[in-house]
Every structure is written in C-alpha cells, then in structure tokens.
Design a protein around this ligand. Structure first.
Ligand SMILES: C[S@@+](CC[C@H](N)C(=O)[O-])C[C@H]1O[C@@H](n2cnc3c(N)ncnc32)[C@H](O)[C@@H]1O
Length: 471
C-alpha cells in the first residue's frame, strides 16, 4: 500500500488516539502489516516523558530493521534515562547498521552525563555514521576535559567527514577567508574588463577574492586548432595552474562551473587506434585537492543530429566491442570554494533588495539534465549557447556580481552577464576572438553595449598598468 492510500486510511486524529491508548496501540501493532506500522511510527509526533513505552519496546524484537529503528527513534523522544541500557544493547548488538546508528542517536538525545562513558567507547566503532552520532552526543559535554581529550584524538581519524567536524569543533574555523573586504563588492577596475592575453600571465595581477562566479570551457586538449599542448600531461598541468589561480581569485564560498567533456584524438591510420581522453574525470581529483568542493554534475544534452555520427560502422557490422555511441552530452561540473560557512552565509552578505532582484522568477530547470541546442559561430568553433550561460549566471550569482571567464572565446558569458545585470571580467588569448567581441560592440542592439556598461578592452601591458595604479 502506498503512502497516499495509507494517509487516506489512517488520519492524524486516529494516530493521536492510538498513541494515547496503550491497549489499542498494542493490538494495532500486532494486527497490522509492516508498511502500516512504519507509516504510523513515522507520524507519531511528540512523546512526553512518562509515555507508556511498552508498545514501542515490543517492536524492538520485530524482524524489520526499519520498524526497530523507528521504534528506537520514538523511544528517544521520551527522554527517559532508564532506557539507556536498552539503547546501549541495540547500539552494540543489532545486526543492522541503521538500527545501531539510531540507538547511538537515542543515547545522545538523552543529554545525560551517564551516557558519556558509553559514547566515548562508541567513538572507536567501525561505522563512521555511528561515530558521527556518538560525536553529536558528546559535543553537548565539550566543557568536560575528558570528552574534549577523547574527541581531539579523532583529529587523526581516517574518515574525512569526522576529521572535518572535529577540526571545526576543537580548533574553530578550518577553511575560511583572510579577506576582510565586503563580499558583494569587487575591485572596480575589473568591471566589464576584457583582457587580451595569456590567462596565467593575466591572473597573476588579479587580487585574491575578486570574483563571484567563474563559468568556463577550457581548450579541449588539441581537439581544436586554437591551443596545442605537447602532451596530455602538460595540458592537465596547465589547467591545474589556471584553476588554482581561479580558486585564489574567487570569493569565499562561491562557485566555479566547469564545462568539459571527454574528447577523441583520431587515429593516424587504420593500423592504429584512436584515443579517448576522459577530461572531466582527470581534472576532478586535482580540483578537490586544491580546495574546490564538489557540488553537482549537470549534463548538457544536445540533439543527436547536431553531433558527429560515430555509428556508421556498427550500424553495418553489429559486432560486439565495436559499439560506438554518439556523444551528445557535455559535463558542467559545479564546485564551491571550500569554506566552513554554509551557503546561507553567502546569501546573507547581500541586501534584501539585491536578493529580491536576483530571484529566479520564471520557469527553471528542475533536473541535472539540461537539453540545449549547441550554437555555431562564424568565427569561433566552440562557443557557449546563450541559454547555457543564462542558466549558470541566474542560478549561481546575484545581480551586480562579477562573473569571470578565463577562456572567454567569443565572450558569450560576458554578453549574458551584462544582459542579466551582472558585471563581467574576461580573458582571451587570441586577438581574432577579442576582435570578434569588439565587432559586436558596433551593433547598437548588442547586449555588451548597454548604457554605463561600456566594456573596457585592454591588452595585458595596459592591464598591469591599471592594476598597479589601483593597488
Ligand atoms: C572552448 S573555447 C571557449 C569558448 C567560449 N566559451 C565562447 O563562448 O566563445 C576556449 C578558449 O580559450 C582560449 N585560450 C586557450 N589558451 C589560452 C590561454 N593560455 N590564455 C587565454 N585564453 C586561452 C582559446 O583561444 C579559446 O578561445
């Protein structure tokens, strides 16, 4: 029976009357199926100290682990220290990890000093979630020297989440900003600036924590003619350096959206194989290591007719192992600059008026599959579709923010940012692509060309001069 049918059969009043009538509750639990019992246990609500425990205690022998764990969860609400031994028994012995975690949580919820020795013992449990629940219970007693000492030992725990929680609780902030500047502001000399130059050269002169959002599509290792690398290793090392700099210039807790996809380098002759490079998967590990926290993976899906057909051979021969799907997706990997602060903190850095203006009002994409047609440009061979930039800018920035693209190409991100009342900062190495951006400016209706939003084109020499004058 599904939940909506159950909710029609058992309403809140019936659950309340069962809850307050031990005999009726016992009979109900003996006669109903597991699904119904689980539904009622989930809806039981508050239970006061002194509540009759017997019906719930009986359920601790139930074969179904979800029922046992919900029974423990409800028993914990009663706040009765005499249940400590029962909780300890299930924390130690139950075969289900779900039940063990719930038991440890129940011990913690007692908030009683008697629980300290057992919670300390549970800190050496093998299941990190059990340890986490024990930590939660012990944090209430952090002013006890022994508790602090035992929790400090976990600074060397192998589990990364445990280490992070303990570091924050014992040592205070573990990741954070040294910058005292205002979060919603940025250096004015970067406003709507387009630098023609090498990304690493240019970024050297950009101050720490200047940009609110970076969205970029880097060169795809020798797949197009605009950038050549001697080896894949050299390519990855180059990107590592760039994204370390992007990390440095990004404001605390803000986002970096990286668009890449695996690419193929065709074979030189029929005697050799072509090679496929899994770019997003190779970049990901070093991004995390340098301090980007992985947030989401979004798939950009294109119509099949718009991509290269790899099916011709298989269509004829149909032999296994020779299968080659048409690659209609690219990845948008979403990262956040690692910080102890929650995303709420970032939101609170803006005035109510700015938040209101930035709200995503219209229809928005609810899934991580974004179906968007590619755009073809007469000058640049790999431009972002405007719609892709629209979504990233709207979902991951506020109005008046500074949006950055270190590999700007034809400047699609800049145009979108201006259109959405954000500011942009772009870097592009190739003069022909920068000229393509300049050409757009001549058009009266171009989005770059907004009042008070005149872009500032500069080469790297002039950019360095501007920076030096302003620092
Ligand atoms: C995939 S394209 C970006 C296209 C862009 N998203 C658009 O909408 O037009 C990558 C761009 O990075 C530029 N690029 C490559 N190496 C660079 C470097 N070292 N410094 C600056 N730009 C570079 C290339 O010239 C190319 O235009």
């Amino acid at each position: 029976m599904n939940r909506s049918t159950l909710s029609k059969q058992i309403n809140k009043e019936q659950i309340d009357s069962l809850k307050n009538n031990t005999k009726a509750f016992l009979t109900f639990l003996q006669t109903k199926n597991d699904g119904t019992i689980i539904y009622v246990l989930e809806k039981l609500g508050r239970l006061k100290n002194g509540y009759s425990k017997q019906p719930l205690l009986n359920l601790l022998n139930n074969k179904n682990e979800t029922i046992r764990s919900l029974a423990l969860k409800n028993l914990a609400k009663i706040g009765d220290v005499s249940l400590l031994d029962t909780f300890v028994k299930f924390a130690k012995q139950d075969e289900s990890t779900e039940v063990r975690r719930e038991s440890v949580s129940a011990i913690g919820r007692l908030r009683n000093e008697k629980t300290i020795p057992v919670l300390i013992k549970l800190l050496s449990d093998k299941d990190p979630k059990v340890v986490m629940q024990a930590i939660r219970g012990l944090l209430v007693f952090l002013n006890h020297d022994q508790v602090k000492k035992e929790l400090s030992r976990l600074l060397n725990h192998p589990n990364e989440l445990i280490k992070e929680v303990i570091n924050k609780e014992i040592n205070g902030v573990s990741y954070g900003s040294q910058n005292s500047g205002k979060h919603d502001e940025f250096p004015k000399y970067l406003k709507n600036t387009i630098v023609q130059g090498d990304v690493l050269e240019t970024l050297k002169y950009v101050p720490d924590e200047s940009v609110h959002l970076t969205f970029t599509s880097p060169p795809y290792y020798n797949a197009r003619d605009y950038s050549i690398y001697q080896s894949y290793d050299e390519y990855l090392k180059f990107l590592e350096k760039v994204f370390k700099e992007v990390h440095r210039v990004t404001k605390e807790g803000r986002f970096f959206v990286l668009n890449t996809s695996p690419i193929i380098i065709p074979r030189i002759s029929r005697a050799h194989a072509s090679k496929r490079y899994p770019i997003p998967y190779d970049i990901h590990p070093f991004l995390v290591k340098m301090g980007w926290e992985f947030i989401d993976d979004i798939v950009w899906m294109k119509p099949e007719a718009s991509v290269k057909n790899r099916n011709a051979g298989f269509l004829q021969h149909r032999k296994p192992l020779g299968y080659k799907p048409n690659a209609i997706t690219e990845m948008l990997m979403v990262y956040r600059k690692k910080t102890d602060k929650l995303i709420d903190w970032n939101m609170h850095q803006y005035s109510w008026d700015k938040i209101k203006k930035s709200k995503v009002q219209d229809k928005y994409e609810t899934t991580n599959v974004w179906r968007i047609d590619p755009t073809f440009d007469r000058i640049h061979s790999a431009v972002f579709p405007m719609e892709l930039c629209n979504r990233v800018v709207k979902y991951y920035s506020f109005v008046d923010d500074l949006i950055f693209d270190p590999f700007a190409g034809s400047g699609t991100l800049g145009r979108t940012a201006a259109n959405l009342n954000r500011n942009f900062f772009l870097i592009e190495k190739e003069v022909k692509y920068v000229n393509r951006m300049k050409e757009d400016l001549i058009k009266q209706d171009d989005l770059f060309n907004q009042k008070n939003n005149q872009p500032n084109f500069t080469d790297i020499k002039n950019f360095i001069k501007i920076i030096k004058e302003n620092i």
